[in-house]
Write a new protein. Structure first.
Ligand code: ADQ
Length: 464
């Protein structure tokens, strides 16, 4: 078995608390099995960049990390990654900032990662690079002479061509993807947008999974990420989850709870969710006091202004809705800005009659899958899901809505609250089958098997 090298912005070290996301666990397992290494930023910031590599090994997973300097974090992480690419790739060109410094910093830091990885790579290693922080890294490794099998996975949407062309030097950035052998997206929609760009803007051609530009042919595939469904279902039955469930139920006094769980990010449609819920309260006075929304939203990327703004907007919106509708013994929104360990989170999902997942755009959205996996099979809740989340391609038995429409959201909430047990069970079973079948191991294996099967000597030749 070839050794796997994973490269991503942040390295997630295994911990015993079980608080890691499914992605970290799945990658850690693959690294452990192949005795591979995970390379990335330590999360630490130093005065000046030294290039010093910190090696460590936790629970059988080897990591190699570098510290970045403040300018790197400003230009590469907060800048090009989170002020330029993130909003643009989530269809928010109104929020995207284009600055030469950002682009320069992004390329500089990617060179730093390439310098870090280069001496650690053996000829037979298989390299898997993750996400929008690291698009040009593969090309930089090729420039250093590495002929390894190399794959790239994008965890966020791929934007339509008409939006992507607003990015200065978009062609240069996209062409670096052709250094990889396999490029993966969550859904057919993102894949199609990528192909469209390649055909329109690069004069490339598509033949099944194979995409060719000039003399370079790569495989571009849709490979939807999943969760560790079994483990999540077990977590929902754990002692900590049950304690959480009891605590919440006691506080609900027979009211139905709607739950939202998201990083505090404008792409998650939180403002639209609050407005949709307010619309539901306005349209359905008879439902007042019978229902409440618990929104859990730990802050993220607080150094970026658009994130400060969305936080302020939500603070005031939650306050306004609660001010308008609360009574002395009922508050319609519980707005919580903290994170929870995974077993408690599973208990929170299980205690909710409705999971409300309304991103405006989302590469996949794992919360939707976690909500499904955490349900009680004998009395499952209802998932209301945005059509614009990658997860909607698989979870077709959710109540699919347009998150921009408060009326649709309001109608869906009413429908979910009234849904008979038979229908809830039928919909849940169909969704759970998909969550169980295309779980995190399936995702990891599908991608790595395809990558391992690449023949680098013939990779340049377009297949029949
Ligand atoms: P994210 O944008 O972070 O991921 P998502 O897929 O929903 O979005 O994953 C969030 C994770 O954080 C979930 O596992 C969730 O349980 C956890 N989380 C959120 N709030 C939490 C809280 N308060 N306490 C504890 N845990 C919390 C990006 C892309 C997604 C894509 C993933 C994986 O934006 O579209 O699904 O990567 O590819």
């Amino acid at each position: 078995m070839s050794r796997l090298i994973v490269i991503s912005n942040r390295v997630s070290r295994p911990n015993k608390s079980g608080n890691q996301g499914g992605l970290a666990v799945a990658l850690a397992q693959a690294l452990r099995e192949s005795r591979g290494t995970w390379i990335g930023w330590s999360g630490e910031v130093t005065d000046t960049f030294t290039g010093h590599i910190g090696f460590s090994e936790d629970d059988g997973v080897k990591t190699a990390t570098i510290d970045l300097e403040e300018q790197d974090v400003d230009e590469y992480y907060n800048g090009y990654a989170n002020k330029t690419l993130w909003p643009l790739f989530h269809f928010r060109i109104d929020l995207a900032e284009y600055a030469r410094d950002f682009e320069g910093g992004y390329n500089r830091v990617n060179q730093r990662f390439a310098d870090t990885a280069a001496p650690l790579i053996e000829p037979e290693d298989v390299i898997w690079v993750h996400d929008y922080h690291m698009i040009p890294l593969g090309q930089m490794l090729r420039d250093r002479g590495h002929r390894n099998k190399m794959g790239f996975f994008l965890h966020i949407p791929w934007p339509p061509t008409r939006l992507l062309v607003s990015l200065p030097h978009h062609n240069k950035l996209v062409s670096t993807l052709f250094a990889y052998d396999v490029v993966g997206f969550h859904t057919e929609e993102w894949l199609e947008s990528f192909r469209h760009y390649v055909e329109r803007e690069m004069g490339g051609s598509v033949n099944g999974d194979f995409v060719t530009v000039g003399d370079r042919t790569i495989q571009a595939v849709a490979c939807p990420i999943g969760i560790n469904a079994k483990e999540f279902a077990e977590a929902a039955d754990s002692e900590a989850a049950r304690a959480m469930l009891d605590q919440i139920r006691a506080s609900l006094q027979d009211r139905a709870m709607i739950v939202g769980v998201d990083r505090l990010d404008y792409s998650k449609g939180l403002e639209e969710r609050f407005n949709g819920y307010a619309r539901f309260l306005k349209d359905n006075p008879d439902q007042h006091r019978k229902v409440l929304l618990t929104q859990i939203a730990p802050p993220s990327r607080g150094e970026v202004e658009s994130y400060q703004q969305i936080r302020a907007t939500l603070d005031s919106l939650a306050g306004r809705i609660n001010g308008e509708y609360s009574d002395v013994d009922w508050t319609p929104i519980r707005y919580v800005n903290q994170g929870y360990p995974r077993d408690k989170l599973a208990g929170i999902y299980r205690s909710a009659r409705i999971g409300l997942v309304t991103p405006l755009r989302d590469g996949m959205n794992l919360v939707a899958k976690e909500y499904v996996a955490a349900q009680d099979p004998d009395d499952p809740g209802v998932l209301i899901l945005s059509r614009f989340a990658g997860a909607a391609m698989q979870l077709k038995d959710a109540l699919l809505i347009n998150p921009y429409s408060p009326e649709e959201m309001s109608d869906a909430i009413l429908r979910a609250l009234a849904m008979p047990l038979d229908e809830r069970k039928r919909r849940w079973r169909a969704m759970m089958d998909s969550v169980e079948q295309q779980d995190i191991s399936w995702w990891r294996q599908s991608f790595t098997e395809r990558l391992m099967a690449v023949d680098r000597d013939t990779a340049r030749v377009e297949p029949e």
